[in-house]
Ligand binder design. Structure first.
Ligand code: ZN
Ligand code: ZN
Length: 404
């Protein structure tokens, strides 16, 4: 996809740099007041207030606590959407920063505070460039990206019409990641992040005395065989060049040292990058669980749930976005490897073409080395201006493109 290059790339970065202190202040304000999935009320109020101040048409309560801001350009044209997620995680943040979480057990440990701040920064830049804008820009502030067990916020925003009236032609989003060095943009065409699914395996045995296992059907021993056998999926049953992960992440059973219990419960996650692999893994987990349990005289009850689909970047828009990112001074752009994390931005990409890209925030000198979701996750705030500028540039460039 060839786009006529917006001629003011330096200009846009200068504008982002000129509001850098506000972007950082917004990020810190949200960081100190983190809100869990579908509870982002104060964050949404802050977003709506700022968008109204900047002259956006604002809709609140979209898909729960979501906010949509729309800015009309000078002439009709394509509709470009930019999305930021707003929710925090149930992680306890250690104190120490002037803006550490003020809420016990809740922390912006995935950087969504910075996503909101960067998109509000882009909103401010775009509001000054209405004359350069064709069509409309729609800013989607989404709840509950982290709450796959609740279906995620993207799906609810789509159901609530966030991509309609006006109909969105392209959608873009950005995630801060500690995987990449500070100031490095990373993206890839096609499958970019994994499909995720969960499973619960209930191993039903027959309890008894710990001294007489032969009189029981030991669910703990059997569950251990299931855990081992499940690793045969990736090792022996899926094409080795097809990425897949099966992880048992919780094991619950038993009450004390000499009682063999009746039951053990395993919970875990499955990750894949293609639909055939997703189907194969989803079929193998229950098959293996049931047959291993049967071997040892136990029974398996298996519940499976599909969470998020593969994040599939449109090749043509991704090539165009890569070109835009390469033009941002002070940054570099690399091809990202596929990541086995999952994102509900994938639901937007099932509806309209677009690109999800990453901005690295790893900086050893500043101690920004801990992974997303860690209680010690720390962002190099110097990159926020690059993120804001990149979002504004993507919107401006795509507004020059025809309708889909
Ligand atoms: Zn996360
Ligand atoms: Zn995240």
């Amino acid at each position: 996809m060839q786009l006529r290059r917006f001629s003011h790339t330096n200009h846009i970065l200068d504008e982002a740099a000129s509001i850098e202190s506000q972007i950082i202040a917004t990020r810190r304000r949200i960081h100190s007041n983190p809100e869990l999935a579908f509870e982002e009320k104060e964050t949404a109020a802050l977003v709506a207030k700022e968008l109204r101040r900047l002259g956006y048409r604002v809709k609140t309560g979209v898909g729960g606590t979501g906010v949509v801001g729309t800015l009309e350009g000078r002439v009709p044209g394509p509709v470009t959407a930019l999305r930021a997620d707003m929710d925090a995680l149930p992680v306890a943040e250690p104190p120490g920063l002037s803006f550490s979480s003020r809420k016990d057990g809740v922390m912006h440990a995935c950087g969504h505070d910075s996503h909101v701040a960067m998109l509000l920064g882009a909103a401010a830049i775009l509001s000054k460039h209405r004359a350069d804008l064709r069509g409309e820009v729609k800013l989607l502030f989404q709840p509950a990206e982290e709450a796959a067990e609740l279906g995620g916020g993207a799906r609810r925003m789509i159901a609530d019409g966030a991509l309609e009236d006006p109909d969105v032609d392209h959608i873009f989003g950005l995630h801060i990641l500690s995987n990449f060095p500070s100031g490095t943009f990373a993206l890839r065409p096609g499958p970019s992040m994994a499909a995720s699914g969960t499973f619960t395996i209930r191993v039903k045995g027959k309890g008894g005395h710990g001294s007489a296992p032969h009189q029981t059907v030991d669910p703990i021993f059997t569950a251990a065989q299931v855990i081992n056998a499940l690793q045969g999926i990736k090792g022996r049953m899926i094409d080795p060049v097809e990425p897949s992960v099966v992880s048992v992440c919780s094991v619950h059973s038993g009450t004390r040292n000499n009682i063999i219990p009746d039951e053990a419960v395993l919970e875990g996650t499955m990750r894949t990058l293609s639909e055939p692999s997703r189907k194969r893994v989803a079929a193998l987990v229950p098959r293996i669980a049931k047959s291993v349990c049967k071997t040892f005289g136990a029974e398996a009850e298996v519940e499976m749930e599909q969470a998020y689909p593969v994040t599939l970047n449109d090749p043509s828009t991704t090539e165009a976005v890569a070109g835009i990112l390469r033009s941002v001074p002070g940054t570099s752009t690399i091809e990202a490897p596929p990541l086995m994390i999952a994102e509900d931005f994938s639901f937007f990409l099932r509806e309209v073409p677009g690109t999800y890209y990453f901005l690295g925030t790893r900086n050893e000198r500043k101690g920004c080395v801990y992974p997303n979701h860690s209680s010690r996750f720390k962002i190099d705030e110097d990159v926020l201006k690059y993120g804001a500028a990149s979002l504004a540039l993507v919107a401006l460039e795509f507004s020059r493109k025809g309708k889909r």
